[in-house]
Design a protein around this ligand. Sequence first.
Ligand code: SF4
Length: 546
Amino acid sequence: MGEIAECAARTTAAGLLCGATVNLRVGPEAREKRRRAARSPKAGATLGPRSAHPLDSLSITPTLAGQGTFHLPSPGARGIFRALFTYRIMTLTEKLLSRASGKARVQPGDNAWVNVDVLMTHDVCGPGTIGVFKREFGADAKVWDRDKVVIIPDHYIFTADSLSNRNVDILRDFVREQGLKYFYDVIDDPNGHWKFDPTKGQLKQQYGKNFAGVCHTTLPWKGHTRPGEVLVGTDSHTCMAGAFNQFATGIGNTDAGFVLGTGKILLKVPETMRFFLEGQLSPGVMAKDVILHVIGDIGFDGATYRAMQWEGPGALALDMDDRMTITNMAIEAGGKNGIFPYDEKCGAYVRERVAENGTKANFEPVDVDREQSFVFDKTYDLAKLEPTVACHPDPGNRKLAREMTDVKLDRAYIGSCTGGKTSDFLAFARVVKGHSVKIHTFGVPATTKVVAELKAAQMDGKSVWSILENAGVQMTENASCAACLGGPQDTFGRMNEKALKCISATNRNFPGRMGHKESQVFLASPYTVAASALTGHVTDPREMLG
Ligand code: SF4
């Protein structure tokens, strides 16, 4: 200890000699100054230093080491030194990962073995994950915790492609073998085989009573998202569950196979970017516009391996569906995860779902502390945002809808985990009610619950479902990912011809995403997709909402 204390004293002296600013506290004024400094146009100028906290000037850096007055002999001593003298207030993500790894604290760049609370997999990655698990842990191995594995077939379901159908059977066999509790099967017979019947068409229900729909929307509905937990899934949009104040991220099949066997995953702690939301959304502007605007700001790789933390009165004013839309697309900026603070709105949502489904009821959220250290910190005034579009070929290619009226469209699509929630369809219906779409328009509810809610919900004495159908929207009862990910040729809504242009409420628009590699996808809010479906070109929905 004597040696470490001496090093600390020397380092402080060296820091002062180098002219480093050593502030023990940062007041609101300094924070605001930092925030203002971080506000600037694209071009990377918004990115602050890798760590903005002044006490990081006490970290071991080449500059200090170069003074010749400072030397720590081993990585172990350096770790102890940092723990004692580089005190950093943890962000939400750091707090979650420190708790889940059993460490008092972690900081960006640390590698930590994290205990997983929920592992989710689906029909596309589940069979591969199971294969890795059996190869590495043995043919007779058992998963680490039967109650923590959630299996949701949702991607390539309503297709006559026999291999896709077979994937669902592989999941069912594994669930039976392992005695897993949470499996949202397409069919009711636990010993049966799934076979899609194309002669029945795409629009009418072809699933049993346990089927749920898109995994990320199903997880909160069925009571599997809880504040304070770690949820990993074999799908990049697993980050959506961060809306519930938990660490949620997508992982590969190899990692997932390891999690199946051990319940653990090795994660590098990401740096955190803060997006501070003030004000209120204007009429005609939705949460989708917020995330498209932000990704346009930082670029589709602007949050690579970073946590996107949403804060501020504007963030907490958003309902849970809106928060999910935003965290869902963290990955579209390369983010490791997206996360919202915990509040009573979140707690009430979760308590209701876990009670309904009999899932684990207790949870322990993490709170936002003042003086957190961010790698990027920017304030957005929601009132200034307008209907926004991410143009082909990436989610960061931002334009305003009102500037794009010359872009002629061939089709419109509403659906997916991001844009297929009940609230998304209600917004869409508000625009198309009493009108007719001019281009092929496809509606794919994210879950079977959304189907039921749209049939039950009324507008002007008519069911929302019938309003959509009467407007010419092809609505399918077969809730799934459908054409969001392209899928086999016979997938509902898939873009099979080249040069088609589609405006879509989904989340990703890289080339070929929804089918043909020469088709183009324009991402937008349900309002904007609806308005554009009525005109046949990209349209600002405010023109139609009055
Ligand atoms: S709806 Fe689209 S983004 Fe969501 S899980 Fe399915 S394929 Fe992925």
